[in-house]
Structures are given as structure tokens and as C-alpha cells.
Design a protein around this ligand. Structure first.
Ligand code: UD1
Length: 429
């Protein structure tokens, strides 16, 4: 398996192009199943998870064609997704186990085809992550759901009907699944305690362009008036706020100065706020978002992960790497996932001083990190080790690079263009 080798210590300076958001692209791709007319999506990132979703859609009979990339070389890709003749309603275990977001085909399949058989995703490295809330909500829209042989068997032969769904906890994927299903349900659906992540707003805007009637976009109450059919549309995927935040941390941890292009500060206000308290300056310029460390170093601060607009759980591991080299102590509390401190033992092997107490981690800063061989269990944990490696003395070797390839497009290329000493070591086997 490939590894990433980093020799730390170089302050990063230069420009990084931010890609389209993976977590927006995946539900947007699933939305093509709602219409018999094609959906054209641009600014799609070139990532393993996007390929997995393409494979799943192809398996369901969707004609997926790549209409090239946007001009300028590294711009996002353009996909045409044509679900005129869907042939299957089964999402098999082999694809769903690779990527939990595969479950996002459930709502659209059920709404348009009246049935769906989708493998249960099972556990993952950061917790049990059930889909019970998706299923309960679909039942409230009139679906009959049975679990058998590891699959979700969902039926709504005479169509879904509108209903009132209040999620007992904020769920991003649950909100997306029900929002898509409700666009074709008879009558009105109200989703209370809906997730408000920008990726949901992006999905709702695309569905609106396809002819859906959605009110309350961007709020925690979505009102959807079902329509008979949706039509084709073209939509541009919004910038990846987690990639933006990750490279902002790269600038901070190396004492560098990076211009992040084609992104939006308003997507990461909570991250900007916290990093500002740490000692990182953000400057919105016509050329992009400039991130640099303010003279005087980094200061430890406390934070808690929360649903949007709070501090995102997907930035927690990266922020922890940063706190290991800041002055003073910081407390990082994870409230979204039950087991999202898997990066702690690996960061400790690089010299970090971190103690976990239940759902909080106490990080004692001022540590001189040193390179080590490390491996990660998930995407954001992996990238936290890359960030620590950029600041560490000596050589860091990160294995299980496939995690990084799921969510970071051309990571080593983007970082080395800013002066990082980083390369992919190909497995000879
Ligand atoms: C999405 C993101 C992921 C991010 C997460 C939280 C995608 C593809 N992934 O994941 O990167 O970390 O939001 O911002 O967009 N839960 C239940 N039952 C359910 C559904 C969720 O108990 O039916 C729990 C989960 O276990 C978790 C919490 O709710 O503890 C939040 O999960 P959710 O918001 O649904 O995350 P995902 O949509 O899976």
C-alpha cells in the first residue's frame, strides 16, 4: 500500500486551489435518481468516494458520463448523470461497506421507484453510526421498512406521502435522505430539527433547480411541497469547507502564509473564529482567502464540536494536531461521534501530550513533535498526522493513504507546491 513521506519544518507559502465539496457532491449525485432527465454537476472533486458513488449509480442503471473538466487544468470535473432508465433498486453490500454515504440512494430510489433494497452500512472506525433515524423518518412518509439479511428493504408502492418529521438529533445524511424523498411525496413534508450544513443548502438549491418546492432553506425547518416529477438541471458543487479549514491549519502549524483560492470564508466562520483566537489571521482578498500566522505564535484554546454553524467534527483531528504545538493547554470536546479520538495514540507517538477523559481531550501544548511511522483509521485522522508531520522534526511516514484519497484531491501535490517536503511512496507490490 502507498505511503506519504513528509520531512517537516518548512513554512508553507503559496496558493492552493480548493476543490468542490465531497460531502455536497455525494448527495447531489444521488439526487439524479429523482428525475428521468439528466443532472449535470460541475466542480466535482476527483476522489475515491466520488468514484464509489459513480459505480453505485452505474449499478442502478444510471448512465454516468464525464463531460470533461472546467477550463484551467485543475478545475473540478463535470459529470452528466442520466437516470432515464434505472434498471435496479439494489445497493449491494460491497459498495455500501466502502462508503456509508451510499445510503443516500435510499430516499431517492424509494420516492421515484417505490422500492429500494440497500445494504446496511454497519459500523465504522468513528463509532456505530446507525441509520435508524433515516428509516424512522421514511416510515413517517408512508414507507414500509424491513431489515433482512443485512439489507434495508423499503417499499412505498403507491408512492410516499408528506408527513411531519422531527429528528431527535441533528443528522446530516438523515436530513438529506428525507429532503430528497419528500420532493416527490404527495402533499407537504415538514422536517424539524433539520441539519443546516452548507452541503444541505447546496442540495436544496439543486433540487429547487430541478423543480422541487422547498421552503426554509438554510434553517432548521424545511417545508417541502411534493411535486409529480422533477426535471433535469445543471448545478455547480460548492467549495469544500473542510479542505479549506485543513489547509488553513497547515498554514498555521508551519508558520506559513497561504492563499486559498475558490473558497468562501462564510462556510467556515466557526473555524475562522477559533483559529483567530489561536493566533491565525484570515484576510478575504479578491484573489482568495489568505491565511497566515500572526507574529507571536499560537495559543491553546478550548473548543467543542457541534452541528453547523458550530465547529465541525470533521476539523477536530486537524485542530488537535495544531494544539500540540500551541502554547498552554486546550480542551477539545467531541459531541457528534462517540469514538473520534483514534488519532490521539498516533499523535502521541510523534511526541504530543494528550489525555482523553470521556468525550474530551486535554492537549498540553508547546511540544516539539518528531517524525514517526504512523497510520490512521479514518480520513480526518490521517490528515491530522500529515499536518503534525509538516511541523515535526525529521521524517514522518503515514500509511493507509487510501483514507486520504477518499477526501483530499492531490494532497501531496497541493502541499509540495507551497514548499512542503512531501511525497507519495508507491508500493512496489
Ligand atoms: C456527515 C458527513 C461527515 C460528518 C457528519 C457530521 C457526509 C457524506 N458525511 O455524516 O463527514 O462527520 O455528517 O457532521 O456528508 N446518527 C444516528 N442515527 C442515524 C443517523 C445518525 O444515531 O440514523 C448519529 C451518528 O451516529 C452520529 C450523529 O448522529 O453520532 C451525526 O451523524 P450524521 O450527521 O448523520 O453524519 P453523516 O451524515 O453520517
Amino acid at each position: 500500500m502507498d505511503q506519504i513521506r513528509i520531512r517537516g519544518g518548512n513554512p508553507l507559502r503559496g496558493t492552493i486551489q480548493i476543490s468542490g465539496a465531497k460531502n455536497a457532491a455525494l448527495p447531489l449525485m444521488a439526487a439524479c435518481l429523482l428525475s428521468e432527465e439528466p443532472l449535470v454537476l460541475s466542480n466535482l472533486p476527483h476522489l475515491a468516494d466520488i468514484a464509489t458513488m459513480s459505480n453505485l449509480l452505474s449499478e442502478l442503471g444510471v448512465n454516468v458520463s464525464m463531460n470533461g473538466a472546467a477550463p484551467g487544468g485543475h478545475g473540478g470535473r463535470v459529470f452528466k448523470l442520466d437516470a432515464a432508465e434505472t434498471s435496479d433498486t439494489i445497493a449491494p453490500y460491497d459498495l455500501v461497506r466502502k462508503m456509508r454515504a451510499s445510503v443516500l440512494v435510499l430516499g431517492p430510489l424509494l420516492a421515484r421507484q417505490g422500492r429500494a433494497r440497500v445494504s446496511l452500512p454497519g459500523g465504522c472506525a468513528i463509532g456505530t453510526r446507525p441509520v435508524d433515524l433515516h428509516l424512522k423518518a421514511l416510515e413517517q412518509l408512508g414507507a414500509t421498512i424491513e431489515l433482512s439479511e443485512g439489507y434495508i428493504d423499503a417499499r412505498a408502492e403507491s408512492g410516499l406521502r408528506g408527513g411531519h418529521v422531527v429528528f431527535p438529533m441533528v443528522t446530516v445524511g438523515g436530513t438529506e435522505n428525507i429532503l430528497m424523498a419528500a420532493t416527490l411525496a404527495r402533499g407537504e413534508t415538514v422536517i424539524g430539527n433539520a441539519a443546516r450544513e452548507p452541503e444541505i443548502t447546496d442540495l436544496a438549491n439543486c433540487l429547487t433547480a430541478m423543480g422541487a418546492d422547498i421552503r426554509g432553506i438554510g434553517t432548521d425547518t424545511l417545508k417541502i411541497h411534493g411535486v409529480d416529477r422533477l426535471h433535469g438541471a445543471s448545478h455547480t458543487v460548492l467549495p469544500d469547507r473542510i479542505e479549506t479549514g485543513t489547509y488553513a491549519v497547515a498554514a498555521a502549524i508551519t508558520g506559513g502564509d497561504i492563499l486559498l483560492k475558490d473558497t468562501r470564508a462564510d462556510l467556515i466562520e466557526a473555524v475562522i473564529d477559533v483559529l483567530g483566537r489561536v493566533g491565525v489571521a484570515f484576510d478575504e482578498t479578491p484573489a482568495g482567502l489568505r491565511v497566515s500566522r500572526i507574529n507571536g505564535g499560537l495559543h491553546g484554546v478550548d473548543l467543542m464540536t457541534e452541528p453547523y454553524p458550530g465547529f465541525p467534527t470533521d476539523m477536530q483531528a486537524q485542530f488537535m494536531a495544531l494544539m500540540t504545538v500551541a502554547s498552554g493547554a486546550s480542551m477539545i470536546t467531541e459531541t457528534i461521534f462517540e469514538n473520534r479520538f483514534m488519532h490521539v495514540p498516533e499523535l502521541r507517538r510523534m511526541g504530543a501530550d494528550i489525555n482523553v477523559q470521556g468525550r474530551s481531550a486535554i492537549v498540553r501544548g508547546n511540544q516539539k513533535l518528531s517524525g514517526a511511522q504512523v497510520m490512521a483509521t479514518d480520513l480526518r485522522a490521517s490528515v491530522s498526522m500529515v499536518l503534525a508531520g509538516l511541523a515535526a522534526r525529521g521524517e514522518t511516514l503515514v500509511s493507509r493513504v487510501y483514507h486520504l484519497d477518499r477526501g483530499y484531491e492531490r494532497l501531496e501535490e497541493k502541499l509540495s507546491a507551497c514548499g512542503a517536503d512531501i511525497e507519495r511512496v508507491r508500493d512496489a507490490g
